[in-house]
Design a protein around this ligand. Structure first.
Ligand SMILES: *Cc1c(COP(=O)(O)O)cnc(C)c1O
Length: 410
């Protein structure tokens, strides 16, 4: 069986984790701090904080910005449930918008969805292709006259909604670490960018996530970093590392914070991953995607994914193939036929309005026709470092045979 996306674990990874274990420091410590510095340098921002998942990291952002009941957050209908779930966690309302043919959020649909309740916009970089973040930032600016900041909000002595004066743009870059917009790495475009280092992602720490801060002046990134550290550790004034200083036992709690720090065991994996990311991981992932492209581009039955255009370069996270004429039922049948040929594939993603919870909240698939049109014929193919060219060819053969079987031979 060819798996879908096993992590790359080799002797170097095992050795790095062993060293972290034997160092005696297994929670947040020097390795996490080093990982954060290296992530910030990679993204070209002042500060990155590493936490235990995208989900918890981005939920902290919504809480920091004071988003809650009565507020709206704009989210694409085509995304993983986490993007909308965190909006539910804080008691706000996800407002869904449709996507373009490249699976990313339609900026004009965002413009139409903005109201005086909109507090945040969350573009999603599906499959590693960045959403149109600079355009969405411009729209957030242009719609600032509609923005109605909460008056009573105070976070660390100031009101972040008043300071920003418009909706916050928080990019869901769970798939797109290492992707680029223009000549800059993802992380340096949105106000705040959230990465995921979950086991299936391009760069992993087993579980993990990070926030890249890129807010305009007068926001102070050092201050933000420090505040998010406190938020991620119960609102406690000192972390475990600071408390190891002789005699420095006393601490205070400024507010009831959360608990979602990254450990040095996770960071030790991340440091190895980051070290070989550009010149090894991305090179291999891109070669795999290009081999798939060669197999499918000339065959009119398929629509191949976009990995680059004049502005954007993907991180080659997913190979999101579409079978042009397939209905949802035919796509499902094709996947069954592929599985019978010992190949694992996936669908990214089931649109939010098709999930029981969101359907129950009244969201309707018919409001987002392009999301459904892409989802219903989509099949994600295996992409991972250890996948060989021969296995790529096996996947192609299994897929083409399955499509012949379900749709009729070409
Ligand atoms: C994986 C993923 C997340 C969640 O990341 P975690 O680190 O598992 O919390 C969020 N958004 C998208 C689009 C994802 O694929």
């Amino acid at each position: 069986m060819i798996p879908f996306s096993p992590p790359r674990i080799d002797d170097r990874t095992v050795k790095a984790v062993e060293e972290a274990l034997r160092s005696g420091w297994i929670t947040t410590g020097p390795r996490t701090k080093e990982f954060e510095r290296r992530l910030a340098a990679y993204c070209g921002v002042d500060r990155v904080i590493a936490l235990n998942s995208w989900t918890n990291a981005c939920e902290l952002v919504l809480r920091w910005f004071g988003i809650g009941p009565g507020d709206e957050v704009i989210v694409p209908a085509y995304t993983y449930c986490a993007t909308a779930n965190i909006v539910m966690h804080v008691g706000a309302k996800p407002v869904l918008v449709d996507v373009l043919d490249d699976f990313t959020m339609d900026p004009e649909a965002v413009r139409r969805a903005i109201t005086h309740r909109t507090k945040c916009i969350m573009p999603v970089d599906i499959g590693g292709l960045p959403a149109r973040v600079p355009e969405i930032m411009r729209i957030a600016e242009e719609c600032s006259p509609l923005f109605t900041p909460a008056v009573n909000l105070r976070v660390a002595g100031s009101n972040p909604q008043m300071r920003l004066g418009r909706a916050l743009v928080m990019s869901d870059a769970a798939h797109s670490f290492g992707a680029r917009i223009g000549d800059k790495a993802v992380g340096a475009q949105a106000d705040i960018t959230g990465f995921s280092f979950h086991a299936v992602k391009n760069l992993t720490t087993a579980e993990g996530g990070a926030l890249a801060f890129n807010l305009p002046a007068p926001f102070d990134h050092e201050e933000l970093y420090s505040y998010f550290n406190t938020m991620s550790l119960h609102g406690q004034s000192k972390d475990a590392l600071a408390k190891t200083q002789p005699g420095a036992w006393r601490y205070d709690v400024a507010f009831p914070g959360w608990k979602c720090n990254m450990t040095d065991l996770q960071a030790s994996i991340g440091l190895v991953e980051l070290d070989r990311y550009d010149n090894d991981t991305l090179v291999r992932r891109r070669a795999i995607c290009e081999r798939y492209d060669k197999a499918f581009a000339a065959d009119g039955r398929f629509i191949i994914p976009t990995f680059r255009d004049e502005k954007r370069t993907s991180s080659y996270h997913l190979y999101m193939l579409r079978v042009r004429e397939a209905s949802e039922a035919q796509r499902d049948a094709i996947i069954t036929a592929i599985a019978q040929r010992e190949v694992s594939v996936n669908v990214h993603f089931i649109p939010l309005p098709l999930l029981s919870f969101y359907k129950g909240q009244g969201y309707q698939m018919s409001d987002h026709p392009n999301t459904f049109a892409q989802y219903s014929r989509e099949i994600s193919l295996p992409v991972y470092y250890d996948l060989t060219d021969a296995q790529v060819d096996e996947v192609v053969a299994a897929l083409k045979a399955a499509v012949d079987e379900v749709m009729g031979a070409a």
